[in-house]
Write a protein that binds this ligand. Structure first.
Ligand code: ZN
Length: 568
């Protein structure tokens, strides 16, 4: 049966609803039927709403408040059915607008309501007078571009959908919050609205956290490609020795001076070279890195300086070398000590005259290339031994910079580890919890012969072997390589349950110096070893001999000598 609202008729009043309110002040509770309520200032809500809009943007804040109203509308529809079981459909429905008024949110005035619960047809127009959300906008946010009564609207949608048993959508067709002269809402079954899919998406929670994670991973991959450009881990460090290096590099970068980078393998010479380039006026020009040790000596000249067709067997076409490709930019020559004498001569000419000839060519070409050279062995020594031209050495050694090995800058280790974690998290799209305390401790006690490169490799392996949200253990960090021995003896519990220093039992430490230091003689050692082997082999001589890597007769002879085996 269809019912229509007629303003001239008398409908049920608020009385039954008002009676549901109970103040249980001594208990700190207010009840509305069976629901616990709160009295809170509109003003506090206004501040909260402004903060939501500022933090999440208007679209997300709108969805948030629509869903807030939606939850409240569902609860009230349930209450209305309970309170007015024998009333007309219209009187039950009107509990919704009345509850809105009762709660002080808005005065809801029906204009037109047509309900038919049997067929499910529904149409409703209401005017909202004195909406608290309009007040909020006026005090906190100023005039909105769109209707502003968000939570009221969410309430109306939920209340009516629950009442009708089908999805009813209300829209605010005009709103004082956006400059209209009144707030008017219209409600119809969802499918009767053309743009209902777009609107109903507000009712689905849209966790911002996914988007944040997504952005976070984008940022970290951008950051890592930026770092690549800017010289990766250049500048990561707080140690005095490394900061001194960075200061020198910064000074050298701007000029044209050749730089000679000294330091062990893996200390990051190429990273620093790239960084010199990127801080120089040549930053936009090519940067070419060459590892001289990786090119066969008979090819190095052609590789560096180019070759003309037919210069030697296999030179099928003319091609430029690395120096020509680096023209106007920077070339990085790692392991420069490996250059052949002829290549050294050509390099000297490039440095002195700015010109070169390709192999098999007699045409002189000018090149303008800044040279950054690096070596992990002493060039002075190579000069002394006649392997390296002294004039070239002086030319390259204008601005030498010694890069300290990792073990001399342990205070930078955690920063570098953090850098590599970030890098490999984004490369492998993973998120571990970082190094466990023990793993970090082990890193601090390891002497890192491969320096930063080794640290990078170790952390990459750790990231690969560790699941998301788990800490990287010592085992996954140092998997497959011998565990670095701690410098300090560590307390371990022995098989009697006593705390002893590690290394007293077992032979993990430097046992030889321990034995010598304790004045133990060779005979004592021999006797102890044999006694232990016999114990392990249950006094079986053949078994003990196997353990000791001896033949049975050889062990039997020694045992007899020590009186540990009766003469047979
Ligand atoms: Zn409004």
């Amino acid at each position: 049966m269809a019912i229509s609202y007629k303003p001239q008729l008398k409908y049920i009043d608020f009385q039954d609803l008002t009676e549901q309110i109970r103040f249980q002040s001594t208990e700190g509770k207010i009840w509305f039927g069976e629901q616990r309520m709160l009295l809170m200032q509109v003003n506090a809500m206004a501040t909260f709403r402004r903060e939501m809009v500022n933090t999440m943007g208007i679209e997300r804040a709108k969805g948030f408040f629509l869903r807030l109203g939606y939850q409240s509308g569902l609860k009230d529809a349930e209450l209305a059915r309970k309170l007015r079981p024998h009333c007309s459909e219209l009187d039950i429905f009107l509990a919704g607008p009345q509850l809105h008024s009762l709660k002080g949110m808005v005065k809801a005035v029906p204009i037109e309501i047509d309900i038919d619960q049997e067929t499910g047809s529904f149409y409703c127009e209401l005017e909202w007078i004195d909406s608290f959300e309009v007040d909020i906008c006026q005090t906190e946010l100023g005039q909105m571009e769109e209707p502003a009564c968000w939570s009221l609207l969410g309430y109306a949608c939920a209340y009516t959908s629950s009442f009708m048993g089908r999805e009813i959508i209300f829209r605010e067709v005009s709103c004082r919050g956006s400059g209209d002269d009144k707030c008017m809402i219209v409600g119809k079954p969802a499918e009767e609205w053309e743009d209902m899919t777009e609107f109903t998406k507000y009712f689905k929670a849209d966790p911002i956290i996914e988007e944040l994670y997504d952005l976070q991973s984008q940022v970290s991959s951008l950051r890592s490609s930026l770092e690549k450009q800017q010289g990766q881990y250049y500048g990561i460090g707080q140690s005095t020795s490394y900061n001194k290096v960075c200061k020198m590099i910064d000074k050298a970068a701007m000029g044209k001076v050749s730089v000679l980078l000294l330091g062990e393998t893996g200390v990051g010479k190429e990273v620093i070279a790239r960084s010199v380039h990127l801080r120089s006026e040549r930053a936009e020009q090519p940067f070419i890195a060459v590892n001289c040790a990786a090119i066969p000596p008979d090819l190095i000249e052609a590789e560096l300086f180019g070759v003309e067709k037919g210069a030697y067997t296999g030179a099928n076409q003319s091609r430029p070398g690395r120096f020509e490709r680096a023209n106007t930019g920077t070339i990085f020559l790692d392991e420069v000590v490996e250059l052949t004498p002829r290549a050294q001569a050509t390099l000297l000419r490039v440095l002195q005259e700015g010109e070169l000839e390709r192999v098999g060519d007699n045409r002189t070409r000018s090149v303008n290339v800044r040279v950054i050279a690096a070596t992990n062995e002493s060039l002075e020594k190579a000069v002394e031994e006649g392997r390296f031209r002294s004039d070239l050495f002086y030319r390259l050694n204008v601005f030498p910079v010694k890069i300290p090995p990792l073990r001399e800058r342990f205070e930078d280790l955690s920063l570098l580890a953090e850098h590599f974690l970030g890098k490999f998290h984004s490369e492998y799209n993973k998120r571990t919890l970082g190094l466990s305390d023990k793993a970090m401790d082990m890193c601090m006690h390891y002497h890192w012969p491969g320096n930063i490169r080794e640290l990078g490799n170790v952390i990459e392996r750790g990231v690969i072997l560790t699941d998301n949200n788990e800490s990287i253990s010592c085992e996954s960090l140092f998997a497959g390589v011998p565990e670095p021995q701690p410098k300090e003896p560590q307390g371990v519990v022995d098989n009697q349950g006593q705390l002893v220093e590690e290394g007293c039992e077992g032979a993990t430490g430097d046992w030889a110096s321990q034995i010598l230091g304790n004045g133990i003689g060779l005979d004592d050692v021999e006797e102890t070893l044999m006694r232990r082997a016999m114990e392990e082999a249950n006094q079986n001589v053949s078994g003990a001999a196997r353990i000791l890597g001896l033949t049975r007769p050889a062990l039997a002879y020694r045992l007899k000598k020590f009186g540990m085996l009766a003469e047979s």
